[in-house]
Design a protein around this ligand. Structure first.
Ligand SMILES: Nc1ncnc2c1ncn2[C@@H]1O[C@H](COP(=O)(O)OP(=O)(O)OP(=O)(O)O)[C@@H](O)[C@H]1O
Length: 299
């Protein structure tokens, strides 16, 4: 394992912002930290980056205490956005790269690649202050990994990006992973986490509700989301054995089952020997699981 967080607690006077948090991240893995506002995500990032002390617990990188490692292996996109307003896009990227010990020649191919990939070619000589908010964020994002860090922490990287730029960022994260970069990011947008993460941690008021792989989290609930298209009225579906709730979603119904085993009898009843247009059984989405866990688990 590359990053290891063991029993980490952070207190601000009597207030516990993070409580006995433990997780590990392997090399080249994308790990998502999810939680509502104030759950403790930024505090966790800041402790990993040694910008804030832990109250107790240990954080290690490849077995060494995090405060003893070379800072140049780290990249960080902080929650507070900010770049140098008077500096051009290009100068900015070289500046941040040099700050992490790289020289211009080493940086040039990276700067060129990322300026192209993030569609900033016509802005390369523009001062940052003249850029739109989304473009400024793209510059800050590139700046966070221009020095090719081994470990990249992105605090809410998707916030404020339009769908096209969101896709560019997803592509960037995946290609950094392919090159072996270990990535930890937070997001309120569950679909992004679902698409990108290998493992994740759900935080509620500083306490982990789940830590592990996305598929293991989904398996805790099983395939209980049944989408069907039928003429049968809602009231009748609600009465079926094993059905917890029925929602109408445009021209189809979404049934939540008590567990996966009821699907066969519901299928037999609804189809009654004939075909129906739609019957699909799925895992709950991460968004649905997150809302359920946060509502049900009291910490
Ligand atoms: N310096 C501080 N002093 C006291 N309390 C703090 C301090 N910094 C953070 N907190 C509290 O710790 C808790 C966790 O904050 P944190 O910023 O880590 O949450 P977050 O999950 O990143 O939230 P968001 O999604 O809103 O960014 C919050 O209740 C916050 O008010």
């Amino acid at each position: 394992m590359t990053l290891s967080i063991q029993q980490v607690t952070k207190k601000y006077l009597d207030f516990v912002a993070v409580e006995k948090l433990s997780f590990t991240i392997n090399k080249g893995e994308i790990f998502g930290l999810i939680g509502q506002n104030g759950a403790g995500k930024t505090t966790t990032f800041r402790m990993i980056l040694d910008l804030q002390e832990t109250t107790s617990g240990t954080i290690t990188w490849k077995g060494k205490h995090i405060n003893s490692i070379n800072r140049d292996i780290l990249g960080y996109l902080p929650e507070e956005r900010g770049i140098f307003p008077k500096m051009t896009v290009e100068d900015q990227l070289y500046f941040f790269g040099e700050l992490h010990g790289k020289n211009k020649n080493e940086l040039r191919p990276e700067v060129e690649t990322w300026i192209k990939r993030f569609e900033l070619e016509d802005k390369r000589r523009s001062k940052a202050e003249t850029l739109s908010k989304g473009n400024q964020q793209k510059v800050q994002l590139i700046a966070s990994f221009i020095h090719q860090p081994e470990f990249l922490i992105l605090d809410e990287p998707f916030s404020g990006l339009d769908p096209v730029n969101t896709d560019l960022l997803k592509g960037a994260i995946l290609s950094l992973k392919d090159k072996g970069t270990t990535i930890l990011f937070s997001s309120h947008q569950m679909d992004h986490v679902e698409e990108l993460c290998d493992h994740l941690c759900l935080l509620k008021r500083g306490v982990s509700l789940f830590t592990g792989s996305l598929i293991d989290l989904k398996k805790q609930y099983g395939k209980i989301k049944l989408t069907i298209r039928t003429e049968i009225p809602k009231e009748e579906l609600e009465k079926l054995e094993g059905v917890n709730s029925v929602q109408v979603d445009r021209n189809q119904y979404i049934l939540t089952l008590k567990n996966e085993s009821y699907a066969q009898s519901i299928f037999d009843f609804i189809t009654n020997g004939t075909y129906i247009e739609k019957f699909s059984l799925d895992y709950l989405s991460l968004d649905e699981i997150f809302k359920d866990k946060v509502a049900r688990v009291h910490v």
